[in-house]
Design a protein around this ligand. Structure first.
Ligand SMILES: C[S@@+](CC[C@H](N)C(=O)[O-])C[C@H]1O[C@@H](n2cnc3c(N)ncnc32)[C@H](O)[C@@H]1O
Length: 287
């Protein structure tokens, strides 16, 4: 009888939340948030339901679903892939293992791009390596008269980005597959933005934590991490209108090398921007 009572209390939302938190503390850097998100997913609750419905009992199906999600999280799978979405710039974006999980730091790139795009202009703006569409869709939403062209080498990532645009009813974005500037032959653009891969292939962090599950082509870029950035810095000029803007994200320790590259290719008005942690992460410059 005592056992039955314990079992009964164990399966309320409140109880599974505490148990999930306890289990994830050993493996996750964000155990509370992860536990809440996974319990919400398994029990089909929103955040307020976690509190107002904390005493309801989980069905067997919900318990199995939660166990499976927790097991996968304990093995290291990112929560965003487990629930299939991540919020970026207040947009709910579908993400799959074909796409990078958009990072909060990348919102700095969006913020800086918006500072340079006047309201009501009808610019053509390229987002190179769009992944889930995060940057292109945020800019398309904020500047509805601009035309965004989002590209990626990965057709699977582009499919995700397209479905995000459809779900958000953003019609001023088009999608093109191809290697960096290949989809723009003969065109000129007002602005080029990119969050390219920039990690060294041998960086040990690629073998740790959540990034193990993300596409390696979205993360690493050659022996020194600069293959993509070098290519973009070298060729962006050919596709920019005079005075057109180039903005891209880079690694926290890459600003000096990025500055040298941009000087070498004669860009001007170069500025480097720091993220909230004080790391220089975004370069802006113009042709
Ligand atoms: C760091 S992820 C950025 C994804 C998205 N823009 C974001 O910020 O969440 C880099 C993206 O570049 C794409 N990529 C890698 N190599 C590429 C190439 N040669 N041409 C075009 N896209 C490429 C990857 O598939 C990936 O989606």
């Amino acid at each position: 009888m005592k056992h039955a009572t314990l079992h009964q209390s164990f399966v309320t939302v409140d109880a599974v939340l505490r148990k999930a938190l306890h289990e994830l503390e050993l493996t996750s850097p964000t155990p509370r948030l992860d536990a809440e998100v996974l319990v919400m997913r398994a029990c089909d609750l929103n955040r307020s339901g976690l509190i107002t419905r904390s005493e309801i009992t989980l069905t067997n199906e919900q318990q199995h679903k939660l166990k499976s999600l927790l097991d996968r999280r304990k093995r290291g799978e990112p929560v965003a892939y487990l629930v299939g979405m991540r919020e970026f710039w207040s947009l709910k974006l579908k993400v799959t293992p074909a796409t990078l999980i958009p990072r909060p730091e990348t919102e700095l790139l969006v913020e800086k791009a918006l500072e340079h795009i006047p309201e009501n202009v009808e610019w053509a703006i390229a987002d190179l390596g769009t992944g889930s569409g995060a940057i292109a869709l945020a800019l398309a939403k904020e500047r509805s008269r601009c035309r965004l062209i989002a590209t990626d080498l990965s057709p699977a990532a582009l499919e995700v980005a397209k479905s995000n645009a459809e779900k958000l009813s953003l019609t001023n974005v088009e999608f093109r597959a191809g290697d960096w500037f290949a989809p723009f032959a003969g065109e000129t653009l007002d602005m080029i933005v990119s969050n390219p891969p920039y990690i060294r292939t041998s960086d040990p962090h690629l073998k740790l934590g959540d990034v193990r599950y993300e596409p390696i082509t979205a993360l690493s870029s050659g022996a020194d991490g600069f293959d993509a950035i070098r290519h973009i810095a070298q060729h962006a000029r050919e596709f920019l209108k005079p005075e057109g803007w180039l903005l891209f994200e880079h690694g926290w320790d890459q600003a000096i090398a990025v500055g040298e590259l941009l000087c070498q290719h004669s860009y001007r008005d170069m500025v480097f921007h720091q993220d909230l942690a004080g790391h220089t992460r975004v370069a802006t410059c113009r042709r």
